[in-house]
Design a protein around this ligand. Structure first.
Ligand code: ASP
Length: 338
């Protein structure tokens, strides 16, 4: 009898062990913008607030992955939390255009299907990343802009908010200051930070790359763009291949920095292409693009990237970049400065 029970139980133990082994590692990497972020200009309180919000958002994405959610789910959950926080230049608290409006851009890409969705210049979608998801999942298009994108987002029941919801006094003050110089400014750019009035208040574009338990990558980016940008200007963040890219064959990428340079260098796709055609590692490919190509052109910024094995890299050529990652292997980090 004992022998029979033993032989009945053995395969069960074996198969559950097999299942355990086939469960893939998962990971998430997040950024909250790059720029002249210096410790000496940062108050302890603000640093704590940034860290807590990044941690909260990353943890929510990680929990989604841990429950068996897809990498796309994790990107959305994480970015929504950062968009809802006025600390970051995305969703609520986005920077202002030259004519004093918030025009937001967002994009998402699924590395398994190579499907992508993006919106640009939206003004009343509470979470622009959800409108990008709507374009990816419910339309035959990749990118929609302005009122058309908003109209379409309604068909996905995206939440909407009055334009006043996005208003943040400090962003408004930042616009008034920059207007005097006639410059377009990264929300955490040099001119902005060296100004003592605002030196302790910085914020940024947000982005996420996730790898789920099925081994699939996804990447997303959301931003208010650059302060004092011309009305109608679109940056790299919603451009697939420039600010966002994901491909299971190579990696997932989300960028932050001076959008015009990132578009002209096709940064996110360039990292993927170096991996695909030159067989570079994710680290070497991202370094090549951010520290050499972009730098030589004068393009300030950085990116987060992850390959299918969960290797993560977060290079930037500015003073700092809000960045963090968490892996199912237990590895975890959260950094701001160089
Ligand atoms: N890349 C964004 C843009 O140019 C700005 C940023 O990353 O902060 O719109």
């Amino acid at each position: 009898m004992k022998k029979i029970i033993f032989f009945l139980v053995l395969p069960l133990v074996f198969f559950s062990q097999q299942k355990q082994n086939s469960k893939k590692n998962f990971a998430i990497v997040v950024h909250g913008g790059a720029g002249t972020i210096l410790k000496k200009n940062m108050s302890d309180e603000l640093e704590k607030a940034y860290k807590e919000k990044l941690e909260e958002a990353m943890q929510a994405g990680y929990d989604t992955l841990s429950r068996g959610g897809t990498s796309t789910d994790a990107v959305i959950v994480t970015i929504k939390i950062l968009e809802d926080s006025p600390l970051f230049n995305a969703g609520r608290g986005s920077v202002f255009t030259a004519d004093g409006k918030n025009e937001m851009d967002a994009s998402i890409m699924d590395g398994k299907t190579l499907k992508a969705g993006a919106v640009a210049g939206v003004r009343t979608v509470k979470n622009p990343i959800t409108a990008a998801l709507c374009v990816m999942q419910r339309s035959e298009h990749v990118m929609m802009v302005g009122t058309g994108a908003e109209k379409f987002a309604k068909s996905c029941n995206c939440e909407f908010a009055d334009t006043s919801y996005f208003f943040e006094q400090k962003r408004w003050d930042q616009l008034q200051k920059i207007k005097q110089t006639e410059k377009t400014e990264l929300d955490h750019g040099y001119n902005y930070n060296k100004d003592s009035v605002y030196k302790d208040y910085k914020f940024g574009t947000v982005g996420v790359v996730a790898l789920d338990q099925f081994g699939d990558l996804a990447a997303g980016t959301s931003t208010g763009g650059m302060t004092n940008k011309k009305y109608g200007r679109v940056g790299d963040s919603p451009i697939i291949g420039a600010g966002t890219y994901a491909n299971n064959k190579t990696c997932g990428v989300s960028c932050t920095g001076h959008g015009e340079y990132f578009m002209r260098s096709v940064v996110a796709y360039d990292v993927s292409a170096l991996m695909e055609y030159k067989k570079m590692s994710v680290k070497d490919a991202a370094n090549e693009v951010v520290m050499k190509k972009l730098k030589e052109m004068g393009g300030e910024g950085g990116l987060i990237a992850m390959d299918r094995k969960g290797n993560i890299t977060m290079p930037f050529n500015t003073e700092g970049m809000y960045r963090a990652y968490m892996k199912s292997t237990g590895e975890k980090t959260l950094l701001i400065y160089k």
